[in-house]
Write a protein that binds this ligand. Sequence first.
Ligand code: SIN
Length: 408
Amino acid sequence: MPSLRAVRVSVGLSALVLAACARQSAAPVAAPSPTGATTSAALAAVPAPAATMPARAASVVPNPNAPKVLVIATGGTIAGVQNAPGTLGGYRAGTLTAEQIISSVPELARYARVETEQFSNVASTFVTPEMWVQLAKRINEVLQRGDLAGVVVTHGTDRLEETAFFLYLTVRSNKPVVVVGAQRPATGISPDGPINLLSAVRTAASPKAVQKGVMVVMDDRILSARESRKLYQRTGGFSTGDMGMLGVVASQGPEFFFAPVRRFGERSEFDLDGVDTLPKVELTMSYPGGTGQTFTTNPKGVVVATTGMTAAESATYRALRQSGVVVVTSFTSGENVNGGDGGDFPMPQAAANSATRPDSAARPAPAPAVPPSVSALHLTATKARILLMLALTKTNNPREIQRIFNEY
Ligand code: SIN
């Protein structure tokens, strides 16, 4: 039998859940197994995981003095519901409400007094840059509350690393903000959402997590939002590559081993006051035989993922720079620290020069100065795009933008 709290929540919020389902009718369904439409009849089956709640809830002694944590829900698989709960079948991401997700983890009450807020309820492929701005503004606002220890954002994993990085750059507080998702739906076999949420809330409630910036907490790992990446679509799929993780969530709670040292949080220069939309920045890929991307209407910036451009690509991006577009080059793997002097991307330029350089004094006059390209250093192209969007809210001078890439 469902607990009284679960009944109240499911009755009180059923209209919101159904509205979310209606809104999601055209939403893509999370891989690997696409579902058919989710109906209210299918939702009626949602209490399946909740059936195990009363016994767990009864064993929890809530801590009335625990820190307050606000859970802001945006959707994703962590709020995903299957047509056939308890199977390996497909599901619709962004279906359960914040309250329903919280109710399924009674153990949270041991560690935090949890408040909830529903920001959106969508698969994360629906999250837009405008939503990043609104979310960051909201988090900046609530973190002014003296009684709030930290914030947890529940989010789909497909676009989680981008939202987390945007928040890392724009939440100007030293309080912990933890972004969390799940790779298995809430109604699935062994869902990872509940344990991930518990770890995320424990981290957001912990004084040890202060001054660590925005973090991604999943699979017992605490990752800096700057480094976290979705490497694969199974549990354990989030990693930081060579950069290491900040800590772990052990049975006794969060344990930190490292802290980020680049600019973020209170030391961030990115103020979203007066910002509602972000400058348009495109992302392109360089490849053998490539000629580079041109546009009918130029964006403000372009990020090129490349390990070395062809001469034709170099020429295209040089022309874009000449016309005022800021071009950032990012190593395809994101694992590069060369560059950063504000000069041309060394490999393609050297290749272009050696292909055309005459060997006599009859060297042609140097080409007119072209604004330099910017090196993303150790950032993936998707994250470089986010930093460039923010940088362009302040300046379009590539040397100043290189300074920003050097510092964040
Ligand atoms: C999503 O990103 O919303 C769906 C996939 C997931 O959360 O794992």
